[in-house]
Design a binder for this molecule. Sequence first.
Ligand code: GTP
Length: 385
Amino acid sequence: MVLAELGSRLKKALSSVSDEVILDEKAIKSMINDISVGLMESDVNVMLVGKMKKNIESQIDINNLPKGINKRNHVKQIVFEELCKLVDPGVKPYQMQKRREPNVVMFVGLQGSGKTTTCTKYAMYYARKGWRVALVCADTFRAGAFDQLKQNATKANIPFYGSYTESDPVKLAREGVKQFTDERFEIIIVDTSGRHKQEENLFEEMEQVSKAVNPNDVVFVMDSSIGQAAQDQAAAFKSRVSVGSVIVTKLDGHAKGGGALSAVAATSSPITFIGTGEQFDEFEEFDARGFVGRLLGMGHIPQLLKKAQEVMNIDKQKQTLENLKEGKYTVRDMREHFQMIMNMGPLTQLMSYIPGADKLMGKGAEQESSAQMKLIDDHHGLDER
Ligand SMILES: Nc1nc2c(ncn2[C@@H]2O[C@H](COP(=O)(O)OP(=O)(O)OP(=O)(O)O)[C@@H](O)[C@H]2O)c(=O)[nH]1
């Protein structure tokens, strides 16, 4: 689970609302304080935390609640909504469109933010949903960038375009987009160069590539380890190209993730996905309510259903149901079901969509179940060979 530390801190603070014998002003104050400290330890900006604190306080008048209202649920709901506001700028991101022209998406960000890896994760995400997706490498700055994209794309089975000899990123981007447009691809992803710092050369190159390919969306990829400094970085990129969405990476490894997410939201940029690991399936759609719900251990059933629908072959399921009615369930059926569950992503991620599952799965249990799933996976691999 991403931001596990912040999650357990927030859960503990909220559980005091259920556990206190008398829910009075003092108990509420202590809960708000605990939540604020937890957020600040996750590098959320002090001003944002202060604003959230005031908003919560102004909505909870514990001594004058209308009759019939469940005090504890009322308090929890207010806290939940305010936490959602911290990571939700309320701006709609670009939606892919099925039409004659392709959806061109340009990726920008600093070097090492995870751009190239994220391009592949993004491409795979849409390819799994049935879109015809291709990748263009317009990064001529970093030696080995094309090789990396080529390797990733080959592994993920995504067509790609790039060159070992061409040094003009604008030419490469234009040619790649033209080739895939002619070949009727529906989503063309252009990976651009990064630099160590936000510097003029990077921004100029970005603007030129953007002019050449006229993207429908510009995705800014940002490493969560920079915490609240994300606000300045996102604002700097936004001021030079029309950033339409943000992907925050490496949320698996950094305690400052909360700071990064809230800082991006503060620039009114919608976060569309988060990166939660180096593997291509460690990539999640970002939905503020679902994210906060999972952080607080409330789960997110709609997302679980969506994931199941993505990997399910409905016709096959109907057949299995018919077979089950007749009492037939073969080892092949069982293997297919295990495979389907594994295609839904890491088990720990799935469990976080189930309300209260965090209580059932301690850290040891998490590791054990991933190991068990790996065993099944290995066994399945053997079977295939
Ligand atoms: N833990 C973790 N590692 C990630 C994630 N996303 C990317 N990485 C790793 O971060 C490192 C840098 O990723 P790249 O994709 O090469 O970064 P980049 O931004 O394309 O770098 P340039 O092409 O040099 O601009 C690699 O080791 C990736 O495996 C993530 O969500 N979690």
